[in-house]
Design a protein around this ligand. Structure first.
Ligand code: PAF
Length: 285
């Protein structure tokens, strides 16, 4: 059954407070809609951990830069709400831009997480992570969840949100759920639909490059710069334009020391394929 679709923050807050007053644990799953199996895995994980699940669907203008796909981003609220209901969401919070940013997006307060917002994806998308941190902080204040569930596919985003929660003292447990992949290894993403069939055939090269680096790290190689360069060449050879390939410390994305233990590392990459900007990351083991 399709759950109630709620537009107003006060309505969401009242429902959540009533659940919590009854002793129920509440999980929030923030999304931008256009849901795929990866999003639904987040809802399933929320359902397993909490008595009530709030899913938000909001294409957040603050996290899109000039020339990015804000206008084109697929909006299918009716289908999304039905699928969220099938996976056990109790309500769908779908505010308008005017509701979340009543004084306009240009003058709205921004939440910054300096340690994470200018590196890797943040270097290629200025302002993106401040937009993410701002909307997530607002969603946390509105829904007041006990648990919030995010995908590990957006690994930098996940770490940034953990830091936001720690530094602003949100009493929320942030749960990261493993990436859901297509059969050929491509990480599920709403933006995969931007690829034509030829580009889609090239897309598995990204995950393959990450796995190649993982194997080298497991074998003890630690010349990170060389390995990153090799992976970029491999991606270019497959027709992708890499924004970056990076081997970093898994807990804070710092540059790793030469003697880093393999299980302290994370391999991350972003590459463009036509209109699509693909991102992916894996732990070496
Ligand atoms: O990961 C996303 O879909 C978005 O960045 C999020 C967390 C819903 C914030 O708009």
């Amino acid at each position: 059954m399709t759950p109630p679709v709620v537009e107003g923050p006060a309505d969401v807050r009242a429902r959540v407070r009533a659940w919590r007053a009854a002793g129920e644990c509440v999980a929030l799953v923030p999304t931008m809609g256009d849901l795929h199996t990866g999003h639904l895995a987040l809802v399933d994980a929320a359902r397993e951990r909490a008595d009530r699940v709030v899913a938000s669907v909001f294409v957040n203008p603050l996290q899109f830069g000039p020339g990015e796909d804000y206008q084109d981003y697929p909006r299918r609220l009716e289908d999304d709400a039905a699928r969220l209901g099938e996976h056990g969401a109790d309500i769908v919070f779908a505010p308008t831009v005017e509701t979340l940013y009543p004084r306009g997006t240009d003058v709205s307060v921004r939440v910054h997480v300096p340690a994470f917002e200018d590196i890797l994806c943040g270097a290629d998308r200025p302002g993106h992570f401040a937009g993410v941190a701002t909307v997530v902080a607002k969603l946390f204040n509105i829904a007041e969840p006990d648990i919030a569930v995010f995908g590990q596919k957006d690994y930098q985003q996940l770490l940034l949100i953990r830091r936001l929660v720690a530094d602003l003292d949100f009493p929320i447990d942030v749960v990261g759920i493993p990436t859901v992949r297509e059969r050929d290894g491509v990480a599920m993403s709403s933006r995969n639909g931007y690829m034509d069939s030829e580009q889609r055939r090239a897309a598995p090269a990204l995950y393959a490059a990450l796995r190649g680096l993982a194997a080298r790290l497991v074998h003890g190689e630690r010349d990170y710069a060389r390995m990153e360069r090799d992976a970029c060449s491999e991606l270019e050879g497959a027709g992708l334009q890499p924004d970056y390939v990076a081997i970093r410390m898994a807990d804070d994305l710092a540059l790793p020391p030469a003697d880093a233990a393999v299980d302290d590392l994370r391999i991350l990459a972003a590459a463009r394929l036509g209109r699509a900007r693909l991102i992916d990351n894996i732990a070496p083991i």
